[in-house]
Design a protein around this ligand. Structure first.
Ligand SMILES: Cc1cc2nc3c(=O)[nH]c(=O)nc-3n(C[C@H](O)[C@H](O)[C@H](O)COP(=O)(O)OP(=O)(O)OC[C@H]3O[C@@H](n4cnc5c(N)ncnc54)[C@H](O)[C@@H]3O)c2cc1C
Length: 563
């Protein structure tokens, strides 16, 4: 259904079982699980899907080896299992990532865990080889028999320096363990929504629809594109507004202080020398004061992050010049011979982790675990309970969603019918990383659609097995490559416009594609994309211009990209 029709149908029939406010990965995960279990569920986000913290992650599917030191064993075990599931179920987007720790000391950090446990350690300190070895042995143990990724390995100083040219010769050795790389989280999130809607027509997801207020048994929603409003009457409300959870509860007349958010920023660098130096490895490194730095391969670019800074207003999260200085300095600690300058930054982003409020003195010690906070009965004047989804990690979204769904199903008096544990996601269904199998699938598609193999190969790398749907749409009308961006065609853009809930040009360049994040845009490309997208969405000339201007403004204000 088109968003207008959904809005109209809600006006006629405002009764819904579950309303989810916030379409970050936590809201989306719960939406998919509830939809699969036959629940009529409405998901709304005041902006685009996956445009909050979920679009600002470090792109890692990881158990969080360093959380072992905080004693968060349950969290690590769950996240490692979920990492492995993502590698299996979404193999078109998530793949094993060798992660290398350059180590500068042998014995440092040995007392971190016991001191933290006793409450004597406020600031983490650098870890040496011995403590890292112990941590990685435990981490491997959590992977158990699943073996989705290989075990860790230690390399001597001389082997490490031969293997990674430019690595700091002050290291004593390196350790390499495996996590997962989520190459395109925004696409994965969207595919979860599309899967849910395909499975259950009573599951509906609307971007650019805000929750404005709630009273007694009803909630007021506003379409941010038209200013139209409508009231819905849910039996249960799931507040998945991330760092904005307390603000959203306030709109419902509830006073909560669940969130103690911390800001994290990243840079994307166009730096072929650094990209060649890291190869397919992430470098994961702790500064002398225990702050984390990661340098890793994002397609042909290098992603560098991240900070962990307490912040009160999530709308103000931006990557600052001090953070840029810090990141550049830290790359210098790992690869001192490689010069990095601001000119090589093609994109910046920042987001706020919706962590539970914490009394820990150091933000690195705030728990990354998730919880469902329930407000009902005497705590509220609302006729429905409110579940607030606090914390969580991209990696473990499925497990969190399962817990939320079980709770919601119990409340609704329904039984679970389906599990998401082994369920492939979107273009991961039938996808293969085996080159021969890929060739076979692409040959089949070429014979069926008449599109050429190099075009299909590109679609396969972007959409996995969903490329079949994209290609069959493309072949139904004449197509041509964009003039300013020849690896995209008009029909591919039309497909995204019509089938992937694009409302603004920035949805296309920031989240349906990786054009902005990978620094592939120019003023000319933005204008052509506005033109082509606008043709599919029936924009007139003025709207195309306005969309191009809006996209440029957002890129400049939030991502440091100026044309
Ligand atoms: C810098 C950083 C790095 C990270 N790295 C990793 C990593 O590598 N691996 C990992 O597993 N996890 C990582 N995380 C954690 C993970 O990204 C977050 O925990 C997760 O994305 C939180 O998702 P969410 O759905 O709760 O919040 P969000 O994604 O922020 O979604 C909340 C949504 O609610 C919407 N909203 C707010 N108010 C309203 C309203 N009134 N009406 C309608 N909608 C509303 C917002 O627009 C937003 O889209 C990282 C997080 C950050 C910030």
């Amino acid at each position: 259904m088109h968003r207008k029709e959904v809005f109209e149908s809600l006006k006629k029939n405002p009764e819904i079982s579950v309303l989810i406010v916030g379409a970050g990965i936590n809201g989306i995960g719960a939406f998919r699980d509830l939809a699969l279990n036959g629940v009529d569920v409405l998901l709304v986000d005041r902006a685009d899907f996956c445009s909050g913290a979920s679009s600002a992650s470090s792109h890692m599917a990881h158990g969080g080896v360093r959380y072992l030191e905080n004693g968060e064993f349950r969290l690590v075990r769950e996240a490692v299992q979920e990492r492995n599931r993502l590698i299996r179920n979404a193999s078109h987007i998530v793949r094993p990532l060798p992660t290398t720790i350059p180590i500068f000391k042998y014995f440092s950090g040995l007392l971190n865990a016991p001191l933290k446990f006793l409450g004597f350690l406020d600031k983490p300190s650098e870890r040496g080889s011995v403590i890292i070895k112990l941590g990685l042995m435990m981490y491997d143990a959590y992977t158990g028999r699943q073996r989705a990724v290989p075990r860790h390995r230690f390399l001597s100083r001389s082997t490490s320096l031969k293997r990674w040219r430019g690595l700091n010769p002050q290291i004593v050795n390196t350790a390499t363990y495996y996590d997962g790389l989520i190459s395109n989280p925004e696409r994965l999130a969207l595919e979860l929504i599309l899967d849910a809607e395909a499975e259950n027509p009573a599951a509906r997801a609307l971007n650019y629809v805000s929750m404005v207020s709630g009273e007694k048994d009803s909630v007021l929603l506003r379409d941010e594109l038209t200013d139209e409003t409508c009231e819905v009457r849910p039996k249960l409300l799931i507040n998945a507004a991330g760092a904005w959870i307390d603000f959203a509860n306030h709109q419902l007349g509830l006073s909560t202080r669940y969130i103690g958010g911390t800001k994290g920023s990243h840079l994307v660098l166009d730096h072929p020398e650094l990209r060649a130096a890291i190869g397919d490895n992430e470098f994961f490194f702790e500064n002398r004061d225990g702050r984390i730095v990661l340098i890793f391969p994002l397609h042909d670019r290098v992603l560098v992050g991240t900070s962990d800074i307490k912040i009160d207003n999530p709308d103000e999260a931006r990557c600052t010049e001090e953070e840029v200085d810090y990141f550049i300095g830290m790359i210098g600690r790992v690869f001192p011979a490689i010069k990095v300058t601001r000119e090589q930054i093609v994109f910046r982003f920042a987001g706020v982790r919706p962590l539970g409020s914490s009394s820990a003195k150091n933000t690195g010690q705030y728990s990354r675990d998730h919880s469902i906070e329930v407000l009902s009965g005497d705590w509220t004047t609302l006729a429905f309970p409110v579940y607030s989804l606090v914390g969580g990690k991209w990696t473990s979204f499925r497990a969190f969603a399962e817990q939320v769904t079980d709770k919601a199903l119990a409340f609704l008096g329904r039984a679970r019918q389906k599990s998401t544990r082994e369920l492939p996601i979107g273009g991961g269904r039938g996808f293969s990383n085996d080159v021969n199998e890929q060739k076979r699938q692409i040959d089949g598609l070429a014979a069926w659609t008449g599109l050429d193999r190099s075009h299909l190969q590109m679609l396969y790398s972007r959409y996995g097995s969903r490329s079949e749907t994209v290609a069959s749409f493309i072949k139904r009308a004449a197509d041509e490559a964009l003039k300013s961006l020849p690896d995209h065609t008009r029909r591919e853009i039309a497909f995204l416009a019509l089938h992937e809930k694009v409302c603004h040009l920035d949805d296309l360049i920031l989240r349906r594609t990786m054009l902005a994040m990978l620094g592939r845009l120019t003023r000319e490309r933005i204008e052509e994309l506005a033109e082509v997208l606008g043709d599919s969405l029936s924009w007139d000339g003025a709207q195309k211009k306005a969309e191009a201007a809006r996209a440029r403004r957002l890129l400049a204000e939030r991502h440091g990209v100026h044309f």
